[in-house]
Design a protein around this ligand. Sequence first.
Ligand code: ADP
Length: 499
Amino acid sequence: MRPFFLLSCPVRSKINGLRGFAWLALSALVCVLLARAELVQLQAAFETDARISHRLLSQRAVQHEAVLATLALLQPAALPGEPEPAAQRLSSVYPQILSVQRRAPTNPWPSASLQVAEQASGQTRAAVLANPDFTLDRGRYQLVLAAQPASYALLIDVHHTVPWSEWPMPVQTSPVRVTLEIAKGAAFVVQPGRLGDTGWRYEFRKHLASVSQPFELVAVRQVGWGELPWSVMALWTLGVAGMMAAWSAWQNQRNARRRAEELLRVGQVARLNTLGELAAGMAHELNQPLTAILANTHAAKRLLADDPMDLPTVQQAMAQAVAQARRAADVLGRLRRTVERPQAAPISETVDLEQAVSNALDLLQPECKRLAVTTALLVARPAWVIAERVALEQIVHNLITNALQALQQVPEGARQLTLHIEHGDGVGVLRVVDTGPGITPDTLPHLFEPFFSTRDGGLGLGLSLCETLATGMGGQLRANAQTERGAEFVLTLPLASHP
Ligand code: ADP
């Protein structure tokens, strides 16, 4: 089972890609929000300045009307055509009023436009604009009020109208352009400003709050890309990257810790499994020799009590017991080596296949006799194989034991076990053929699975152990379901070049 957090390389790089994308998206979102907040702030500041400018200029325009009305109301009897001395001093109080003209009823205005303006003023009873001159940086106009006995006209300079001391923006450096438009194309530039071509444009338009001087105040502000808070945005981007890197490092650390814990757990489980398998293998491999030793020593004990005593048979039984005990010791020694040095290569040597088979057959001869099984060893061609002697004998022993167990299911006269030694393609071959009930097609695919058994009390480990041992020596073990009757197991092992 693969722990869920042991990620493969493609999955890991996909996650890194997603992190990069998340960082980009988050940074972009933060930058957009910052830029938006800055733009909203700049627009609010611009509109505030524009409204203050509008209010200041409107106050001045209304002031001009008030001055005219006051002059008309308080006019003294003066020489016809001569403005009275007080009016002459107005310019010192109101620098935008360049001159004051007064027309006595008998005198005409110096220009026809003043005449027209006075007539209009007479009808509306309010001051009327005359001779506006908003060319280049000149901004002048006249304001005429019809009154009795004399009418008045003020010549006003727009530049001096602006109350610079109260002006909300630094006139030379402010980026806001402020103009007073009298008509389309005729405008006086109050403040030049700086207008670019790109970015965001804010505009404020409003007529002055004066009926006689309805100039339109136009304020324009162009916010360029350069005015966005780049340094703050860069800091945020770095901050987001830092936060994500910290988060990612924390996650990696957590994953590494979990991986280590999981590996430890898997290692422990694997160790337990190995120990379990080992115990089961030992039980399987030692069961048979121990049973044989017990049977032989029991037989010897019984024979020793006989009168007369059959000494040769007693000796034979004891020899069998010794051989089985040696085999058990060999198997245990091999298992010990495997446990102590699991990585160590098996001790391979050149083994005579016939000799190994004879040894195993000899050990099991009494059993064969007891079960009335006829055995035959047919050597088509002697074969020396590269193998671990004990492991090879274990395999042969298991195959013969299985065959004997299978043969018990058929009548005594039909119990036959034949072992063939041949050569294959670069391999030595041992075929173990019995005339037992054979293997059904259902069981054939499962024979080498651990713990698969059809026998009562069978552990189901013999064949799986044999296959492991055979492949460990570079060989193979397979089963054939005989077509006529019985089963056939074929063991192949690499041939040694020299005997
Ligand atoms: P066990 O002998 O403990 O059952 P094995 O792994 O040695 O375990 O054998 C697995 C199964 O393979 C046996 O239960 C049996 O069904 C089948 N088998 C093995 N050898 C033979 C044989 N010679 N003839 C028929 N069936 C066999």
